[in-house]
Ligand binder design. Sequence first.
Ligand code: FAD
Ligand code: UQ1
Length: 580
Amino acid sequence: MDSLKRLTPFIAVAAQLQPADMGTLAAAGFRSVINNRPDGEGEGQPSSAEMQAAAQASGLAYHYLPVISGQIADADVAAFTELLAQVRGPVLAFCRTGTRSTSLWALSEAHHLDPLTLLATAKANSYDLRGLAQRLEQRWQNAPVATAHAATTPTQRYDVLVVGGGAAGCAVTASLLRRDPHLRIAVVEPREQHYYQPGWTLVGAGIFDRARTERPMAQCIPLGAQWIRAAVSGFEAEQQRVVLEDGSRVGYRALIVCPGLSLHWDAVEGLKETLGKNGVTSNYQFELAPYTWQLVQNLRQGRALFTQPPMPIKCAGAPQKAMYLSCDWWRTEGVLEDIDVEFCSAGAVLFGVPTFVPPLMKYVERYGVQLNLNTTLSAVDGPTRKAWFKQVDATGNTQTIEKSFDFLHAVPAQRAPEFIRQSPLANADGWVEADHETLRHPRFGNIFSLGDVCAAPNAKTAAAVRKQAPVVAENVLAILAGKGPRALYDGYGSCPLTVERGKVVLAEFGYGGKLLPTFPLDPAIPRRLAWELKVKAMPSIYFDMMLRGHEWLAGPKRLPHEPLPVEASAACDFGKEPGK
Ligand code: FAD
Ligand code: UQ1
């Protein structure tokens, strides 16, 4: 089976197979076999009946679609296209040399992939289809109306296309280019500026100037990658392309989806209208973090409310960090006693990993904070400085509570961006589905996701991205080479809880809340070293290492061998309708 060539994650082709090959195919994750060679064509050729019996004995679906060499009719192409729409992938098609199967595939794809792309894919797999060029061009030109646009503007196609040039998009692109500098890779990103969001907590406390958290996108997208300055509006996963907001398409062999998440300000009535005035602020927005610091400095007495919405949110500790650093300032200014500080969280616990709750509770007590759990901000009236909360009591009853305030630090609810929620890539909650370890989409085998938009149940942090990027880079290159993904992500995320100026509780944990400390120190103790890491080292670790593909302390675990068949096949049903 040396002749096996993977044209896409959905379909591979091969020269004549033997009945004994079927077990190997099943073990490699294939689910279906198509025989394109007519019975009795050559001596020693196993019959279709023999192949069928062997395939079925190995649990593979078998289809016989014979075509005569050099005489592929339009009806053959139509039958092959129809078959591909029905079979369970990954599928292996074979004939005497594999050329007929490759030709059938190219002709069946020609209505949505441009001829150059098809010829290049075939050539990369040692099949010379130049004799079909004219026919491919005709099919491409006669593509139905839905793809007419693509017929006039040939679809650009990259080896790897990355959606989003934030922490995840830049880091994974850098990791890919470190491994293969010749990769044809593009990043689709509409913004001119790139933001180091972990710095906003420090901007809100007067420790960083906001300029330190902003850089031109052109300096962050790695050299060697093409920057497409546009926003993605949709996915045509079966045609291996994305749709941009202007309606144009960009094709790919592998897609990485990482456009971050959307702040859902509208989930709280009246909040958007009063942000940035009336004492209402949020470190979750670049423009507002300096306003937090202004308000903190000006407050001498009254009530300060800090809110936290339902999970998931990015950096789950950030709502508390804003509070601790504000209290720390008020304490050193000698005004904390005159300020009623309340933390109103939709959550049932102060922090999701129990190890870190006791040290955080010490600070809640030290600062005299009133803790209101199961309490979700639902409405704000800025001019009268009133906020309303839905509070759930122990018996499950909800009541509305009104609180007046002089200062309100609000954290918005967060969800996947609209174009993701509406896409076939999303799970029921709107996030991009991904295997938790390989970060590969379970239904589209050449699509991966990382960063805040990814549905994996890790803490949504830049720290998580630092470890996810090498995993995705390795696995993308593996599938492009026709292999299975082997690099595994352990769910690592980190939240540096800035409990006072000069001290941080460095929470590092993976899936299921498993503690994953980088340094051999008790992680529950607030430390100056961790503060230095957050304030002095981290911006450089982010910009100069993570975004440049220097994978410091980020090497992934790897499977010793190719993944087992069940996993590979589940991960490869590329080209099918969701849920089918
Ligand atoms: P982002 O960095 O948000 O990037 C997403 C990119 O996708 C953006 O550039 C956006 O323009 C682009 N995009 C959006 N829509 C489209 C589209 N349609 N087409 C193309 N591109 C699109 N993490 C930590 O590890 N430690 C911390 O201390 C920490 N503190 C934080 C404090 C605050 C206040 C905040 C807000 C976050 C904090 N984080 C922290 C979290 C961290 O910033 C995020 O987890 C990280 O930025 C996620 O990276 P991402 O690439 O998924 O998303
Ligand atoms: C981290 O890796 C990271 O991303 C680069 C952060 O965001 C900027 C962090 O806040 C933290 C704490 C980490 C963890 C890094 C180490 C070395 C413990």
